[in-house]
Write a new protein. Structure first.
Length: 214
């Protein structure tokens, strides 16, 4: 009996440790310690944050050629370069572009950034070629959102390649908001990782095509 209790305790402890490790990793996928600790554009839009996720990927192309893929982000525009099929199961009507769309290259602060035909955030900060930050929250029916949220897309160039850093910051307005946000954030990790790889693949493929033509 004692042996069984010890085995159960060991199982629970190891499972808890595994969950903590996995949780830590999906909050910082691909990002360096410096990228996690440094201030990014849009951080000051929320004076404090209860949950922060910083993720990054290296793209073998200049920021000048990565930015157009960022500029056209959004439902009804260039899409989110993630799992369109899954997003469309919940009515997002998402269609990720495989080419740069000139008609969606012009954005301004205050513009809608749609996640769904009836759900949008707002462009809160814009530094063309370098940073796009959107802000808002997804409502729950007629109830006001229980959190505020910023989503930053930042490009840092060096030696012909670009680091795409994406940061999510949540500030809770209700004690129970974590029970809503944390499961959503797990899904967001999967979708964001696919998005980052989607942007990377598109920008690098465009560079390869340009080289093939020269």
């Amino acid at each position: 009996m004692r042996h069984r209790h010890l085995l159960s305790l060991a199982t629970v402890t190891s499972t808890a440790l595994l969950l903590l490790i996995v949780r830590r990793n999906y909050f910082r996928w691909g990002a360096t310690d410096q990228e996690i600790s440094e201030s990014l554009p849009g951080d000051d839009l929320l004076s404090s944050a209860n949950l922060i996720a910083t993720r990054a990927v290296s793209i073998h192309n200049t920021s000048e050629h990565v930015w157009p893929w960022i500029a056209q982000l959004g439902q009804g525009r260039g899409g989110l370069y993630s799992y369109d099929m899954l997003e469309n199961l919940v009515g997002c009507d998402m269609h990720s572009a495989d080419r740069i769309l000139p008609q969606y290259q012009f954005i301004e602060v205050g513009d809608d950034f749609r996640l769904h035909p009836q759900v949008s955030l707002k462009v809160a900060l814009l530094d063309p070629g370098n940073a796009l930050v959107v802000q808002g929250a997804v409502p729950m029916g007629t109830a006001a959102p229980q959190y505020d949220f910023t989503w930053a897309f930042v490009l840092n160039e060096g030696d012909g390649s670009t680091r795409l850093v994406i940061r999510e910051r949540y500030r809770y307005s209700r004690w129970w908001a974590p029970f809503l946000v944390e499961p959503v954030e797990a899904v967001s990790f999967v979708m964001t990782r696919k998005m980052m790889r989607g942007i990377k693949g598109r920008a690098e493929r465009a560079l390869s095509q340009d080289k093939a033509l020269t």
